[in-house]
Design a protein around this ligand. Structure first.
Ligand SMILES: NC(=O)c1ccc[n+]([C@@H]2O[C@H](COP(=O)([O-])OP(=O)(O)OC[C@H]3O[C@@H](n4cnc5c(N)ncnc54)[C@H](O)[C@@H]3O)[C@@H](O)[C@H]2O)c1
Length: 440
């Protein structure tokens, strides 16, 4: 199949590369010339495990190409994926300007049948807007060209994106015409050889499904975070509570970890956007509003623990931070709790040395020439001259540190762990003060 992917970010690049991997002829478009230059020269502009090999293999096989040329991109694919960003607007709603610009570009240039697929996370009703944007461009040209608009939200997780795309749990397709549904079946057949994964539904339900999934996951996190705060007050341990409830199959093990708040490019903006969609429809989503409020508060919890230990005035104090990315295996810093924590430490007069296996370049780009923020090339090097170690992202390489060495290097023997990485006895046996989230 000839496929165009509009937007070559985390979702677009992974989708394009994986669709090429099963034999399709894929052209990825981006307006960011620098991104396309890197890709054309064989580089990868993001960190995503395994993606470099898939991209390299398919470029070499002649199935994966990159361009900044809109006309070439529209001409190429019968299937046109829209995978551009949908960042939050000032009022919290999803900003559709990139999606609608992509749709207009298609309408302005297309000369034969296209299936236009919304893969970006977009509010209910967006497919209608995409359809209207294309129709209006065709009308301006005075031509009639057939097309279908399909909703196909993406559920991949950064850090495991290639595997998620190649072996999806489900493939949600919102479509109402037979021709488009048949094309979607053919497109996804290689990804469901083991059993049927396509869930076909109406377009609006597909659009809402994506928000429902992320809202549910965010709810579980905020629920556990609030319960962790209560556990601390009650002298209970949230890790033991987690073990006690996760074993119930009605609850399950996933997304039950208390921590220092969720971040990333999806949960915060999607929760906000769903609240706004509901408000516009005259309904308040009280549970979800509480989920968001609890998360905002949770991003402050590590700093509150530091203040409780070292006092409100942190002038002259220096902290080591392990982990900057919003979660492990990615360099994505969008809405990362580390950003809030670093800013709060600065506000109170402290300085920071940070270590992250892959997100330090992205952090440098965000914080610029900030003299209060230094970087270490190894986890232990970050600890030198630090008053405490603050753990923000649960990278595997932090799982089994040398606690005795940490105690020796730190100025005060303090670990503030925002991800509950350790059983409390190990650091304490090494003479460290260990503060987790909701721990005894
Ligand atoms: N990142 C994730 O884990 C994830 C998972 C599922 C769904 N999503 C959703 O997918 C969408 C894309 O997310 P992302 O993280 O890949 O974003 P991203 O910011 O990494 O990539 C978006 C890309 O689109 C490009 N772009 C913008 N307008 C364009 C246009 N008119 N033509 C061509 N390119 C254009 C940008 O330059 C950018 O490179 C969002 O709606 C997001 O919510 C993201």
């Amino acid at each position: 199949m000839k496929i165009t992917v509009v937007g070559t970010g985390y979702v677009g690049l992974v989708s394009g590369a994986c669709l090429a991997e099963v034999g399709n002829d894929v052209l990825c478009l981006d307006l960011d010339a620098e991104k396309i230059r890197i890709l054309k020269e064989g580089g990868i502009p993001i960190h995503e495990p395994g993606l470099d090999q898939v991209v390299a293999r398919n470029i070499a096989a002649g199935r994966l190409h990159f361009t900044t040329d809109v006309e070439e991109a529209v001409r190429h694919g019968t299937i046109q994926f829209i995978a551009v960003g949908t960042p939050p607007d000032e009022d919290g709603s999803a900003d559709l300007k990139y999606v609608l610009a992509a749709a207009r570009n298609i309408g302005r240039t297309m000369t034969d049948y296209k299936v236009v697929i919304d893969k970006s996370t977009v509010p209910v009703g967006t497919a209608d807007k995409v359809r209207a944007a294309i129709a209006s461009e065709l009308q301006k040209r005075g031509v009639e060209v057939p097309y279908s608009v399909v909703s196909n939200p993406e559920f991949l997780k950064e850090g495991a994106a290639v595997d998620d795309f190649m072996r999806p749990d489900r493939i949600v397709v919102g479509a109402e015409d037979e021709q488009a549904i048949n094309l979607m079946r053919a497109l996804y057949a290689p990804f469901q050889r083991n059993h049927e994964k396509l869930v076909i539904m109406d377009v609006r339900s597909a659009e809402l499904t994506k928000y429902a999934a992320n809202a549910m996951l965010a709810t579980r996190i905020s629920f556990m975070n609030e319960l962790a705060l209560l556990a601390e007050k009650m002298g209970a341990d949230i890790e033991q509570v987690r073990q006690g409830i996760g074993s119930d199959p009605r609850i399950g093990w996933h997304f039950l970890y208390a921590g220092c708040g969720y971040g990333g490019s999806c949960f915060p903006k999607d929760v906000k956007a769903l609240i706004k969609t509901a408000a516009d429809a005259g309904q308040s989503l009280k549970v979800l509003q509480a989920v968001e409020d609890a998360n905002d508060a949770q991003k402050q919890v590590l700093v509150e623990k530091i203040v409780a230990r070292f006092g409100a005035d942190l002038q002259g104090k220096h902290f080591a931070i392990w982990g900057l990315a919003f979660k492990p295996n990615t360099d994505d810093m969008r809405e990362a709790p580390s950003r809030v924590i670093i800013d709060e430490l600065f506000k109170r007069g402290a300085t920071v040395t940070a270590y992250d296996p892959v997100a330090m370049d992205e952090t440098r780009r965000i914080f610029g020439n900030e003299p209060r923020l230094k970087y270490a090339d190894r986890p232990m090097a970050a600890l030198e001259e630090a008053d405490a170690l603050v753990i923000v992202t649960e990278w595997k390489e932090f799982r089994s540190p040398d606690f005795a060495a940490i105690k020796t290097v730190l100025k005060s023997p303090v670990i503030v762990d925002g991800r509950n990485m350790y059983t409390t006895d190990l650091p304490r046996a090494a003479g460290l003060e260990y503060y987790g989230i909701g721990r005894k």
